[in-house]
Design a binder for this molecule. Structure first.
Ligand code: GYE
Length: 306
């Protein structure tokens, strides 16, 4: 990658802010909407955006961040594909005096001075919301409830936290049994493939909990392929609430969706302007989110932006 910068403090040198952004990939509808939000908001905010797609690989993100450091961008923002293993590269950014903003996903670094703020959802809470709906839905059931879980990308914050929040809530009642739990990497194709395997080895699945809509949508194909009715024979809970997910919810194929907003761009640009100016910002900025039943999805769909 070429190094193009001039002026002190890096960036363009004319007062325009340059942001280096390392995106996870293009694995899901959520991610596509998130990328668009970041790109559109940078334009609106007059921020020059250097954007790279890591194709769900941490090593690509580390390379991108190093290149942004070399190019002396004014601020680095990234959505860490996994939680661990960031200390070295974040230390390099800190030593180069380039502020870092975590967006969407967090890191597990003990040294929180390595980044300025973390903007994104509360994934544990999302998992709790999914669990709470399930407990309510099955409140009068006395038989065991057999659940299969499609996890997000292994080691990612949303996979870890959505699993933990859900387990915390359903763990209070032993009738809820997670009989299989595996990663579907947040993609439709993997969601379908893993659900096919689940269906083969488990004849009696009551519920699917998928950590995102895309995996849930892939799983619906697998369920239909096995001659079962999604939303009826197997109840489905997902997270995100992207348009395709909401359509499946309105159509009765998904039963409940916990919203996770990808529209982080505007807040990210505001935070970037502040940290570049040296202003202090909140260490944690949590996105506001809701949940959708099938009826609510029908109402919300026409005005859904992503
Ligand atoms: O839920 C999933 C995406 O990090 C919140 O990543 C994000 C997750 C989102 O691939 O669809």
């Amino acid at each position: 990658m070429s190094v193009a910068s001039c002026g002190s403090g890096g960036g363009s040198g004319d007062g325009t802010i340059t942001m280096g952004f390392s995106q996870v990939g293009a694995e899901s509808g959520w991610r596509t909407a998130n990328t668009k939000s970041v790109q559109d908001s940078a334009k609106e905010a007059g921020i020059t955006l250097k954007f790279s797609d890591a194709q769900q690989k941490q090593e690509n993100q580390i390379k991108a961040i190093r290149s942004y450091i070399q190019q002396k961008v004014d601020v680095i923002a990234f959505s860490p594909v996994v939680e661990s293993g960031w200390d070295t590269v974040l230390k390099e950014a800190k030593d180069a005096k380039i502020p870092v903003i975590l967006t969407d996903r967090s890191v597990d670094s003990k040294d929180t001075s390595l980044y300025k703020t973390f903007l994104g959802s509360d994934f544990v809470e999302e998992g709790r919301k999914a669990g709470t709906w399930l407990v309510e839905e099955y409140k009068s059931a006395t038989d065991p409830v057999n659940i299969v879980e499609l996890q997000g990308t292994t080691g990612s914050a949303p996979a870890n936290d959505r699993k933990a929040g859900f387990a915390e809530i359903i763990g209070a009642d032993p009738k809820f049994k997670v009989i299989a739990s595996q990663t579907g990497d947040f993609t439709r194709a993997k969601g379908k493939e893993v659900m096919e395997a689940f269906l083969k080895s488990n004849p009696d699945i009551d519920v699917l909990y998928a950590h995102n809509d895309d995996m849930g949508l892939g799983a619906i194909e697998a369920i239909e392929g096995a001659g079962k009715v999604p939303g009826k024979d197997i109840k489905i809970i997902t997270v995100d609430a992207v348009k395709d997910g909401m359509q499946a919810l309105a159509d009765g194929k998904i039963n409940y969706i916990v919203e996770c907003s990808p529209l982080l761009g505007p807040q990210l640009m505001d935070l970037a302007k502040k940290v570049v100016k040296g202003e202090s910002v909140e260490a944690r900025v949590v996105t506001e989110e809701t949940t959708f039943t099938q009826e609510q999805a029908k109402t919300a769909l026409p005005s859904r932006k992503y």
